[in-house]
Ligand binder design. Structure first.
Ligand SMILES: *Cc1c(COP(=O)(O)O)cnc(C)c1O
Length: 367
């Protein structure tokens, strides 16, 4: 069986270096807010090109903390509206509602699966304070039009960069395009830890300071609390692993691009709609390779029977979840179509050429 994602193989590719760093961390006797986190934050900031990187406990917290910090800074207040794509992973939306802010859902573009920027302006009201863009499946969503909408209405652009580390728009990395960005290092992400981990990047010094305090009980100085904060810190042990793996992210993303290129040119089946390859290849890091088909269940079963594991990202749109009952009667036809038809093929830096060939062969033999 070709696994959807072979995490063991992904991490064993760096076994010696990771084991050395883990052993050092273990023996150091220092497990929180120490040198490993400091070093990883510096290297992440440098990689992204941002002035500040703050390690936090996970990707959801990264986004929650950005919005919470804007509330503490008086930039936003409870009840304000944040624009967000209707087809995102639910965490983007949870980060908004958890802060007492109101998520305003906008339909995606069927070709890119990213928020349809031309549909943002019609949703802006006097309460709108930000746009949470999501580089879904690893593909950049950004444009001059987006920047001018944000400037005109004085909106913060917050990036959910959980799926797109390493992607670039006009030579700038995602995580450095908007005002602040949340990263997830969940094990299955392109840069994955050995458990939960996340980070925020920003060029806004006050925001960085506020987030750093909020994530540490609201304290910048031990036992002095300026906010009613939370505990959301990046562990030393995860930072050590991430700092090793960060060195290889470009090479690993390049391998993902090679696989995507083969899928795009060699999968030829009228029943399968392939994702669009952006004209500028730097704009995609292929966290997921998502196809569409009107016969999803049948195709998925066929792939499974022939030894290819697939997953669905995601089966139920946020507005149809029980968690957001008030939205259950709303209609987002493009979002609903995407959730009904998408299927993710295996893609990862450790897939062999033979495995890629097999996935292509099985997709092409489906009738
Ligand atoms: C993974 C993910 C998150 C949440 O990250 P966690 O580290 O799992 O909390 C948020 N947004 C998107 C788009 C994600 O894919």
């Amino acid at each position: 069986m070709i696994k959807f994602l072979d995490l063991q193989k992904i991490n064993l590719a760096h076994q010696q270096e990771i084991e050395e760093r883990l052993l050092n961390t273990f023996r150091s006797g220092w497990y929180l807010l120490g040198n490993e986190v400091k070093q990883f934050e510096e290297n992440l900031a440098k990689y992204i090109g941002a002035q500040h990187a703050i390690g936090v406990a996970n990707g959801l917290d990264a986004l929650r903390l950005i919005l919470r910090a804007y509330i503490e800074m008086g930039v936003m207040q409870k009840g304000d509206e944040i624009i967000v794509p209707a087809n995102t992973y639910i965490a983007s939306i949870l980060a908004i509602s958890d802060n007492g802010l109101v998520p305003v859902l906008v339909e995606p573009d069927l070709e890119t699966y990213n928020i349809d920027i031309s549909k943002i302006e019609e949703k802006i009201t006097s309460k709108t304070k930000g746009i949470l863009i999501v580089h879904l499946y690893g593909r950049v969503v950004f444009s001059d039009e987006l920047v001018s909408i944000a400037e005109q209405h004085q909106l913060k652009i917050i990036e959910d960069n959980a799926q797109a580390i390493g992607a670039e728009w006009n030579g700038n990395k995602t995580g450095n395009l908007g005002d602040a960005s949340g990263f997830s290092f969940y094990p299955g992400k392109n840069l994955g830890a050995l458990g939960d981990a996340g980070a925020v990047t920003t060029n806004d010094e006050e925001l960085a300071k506020t987030i750093r305090a909020l994530a540490n009980y609201g304290s910048n100085q031990k036992y002095v609390n300026i906010f009613q904060g939370l505990n959301s810190r990046l562990d030393e042990i995860h930072a050590a692993v991430l700092d090793v793996k960060l060195k290889y992210i470009d090479a690993e993303n390049e391998r993902r691009r090679d696989i995507a290129k083969r899928y795009l040119s060699e999968i030829k089946n009228p029943k399968i709609v392939l994702p669009e390859n952006p004209a500028n290849e730097a704009e995609h890091v292929w966290h997921l390779f998502v196809i569409r088909t009107s016969e999803r269940e049948k195709l998925q079963n066929y792939l499974t029977e022939n030894g290819v594991q697939t997953l669905i990202h995601y089966p139920i749109p946020p507005h149809q979840q029980e968690a957001y009952k008030d939205w259950n009667d709303l209609s987002f036809p493009i979002t609903e179509k995407i959730h009904a038809e998408v299927l993710s093929l295996p893609i990862s830096p450790v897939m062999t050429d033979e495995e890629v060939s097999k996935v292509i062969r099985i997709c092409n033999s489906y009738a």
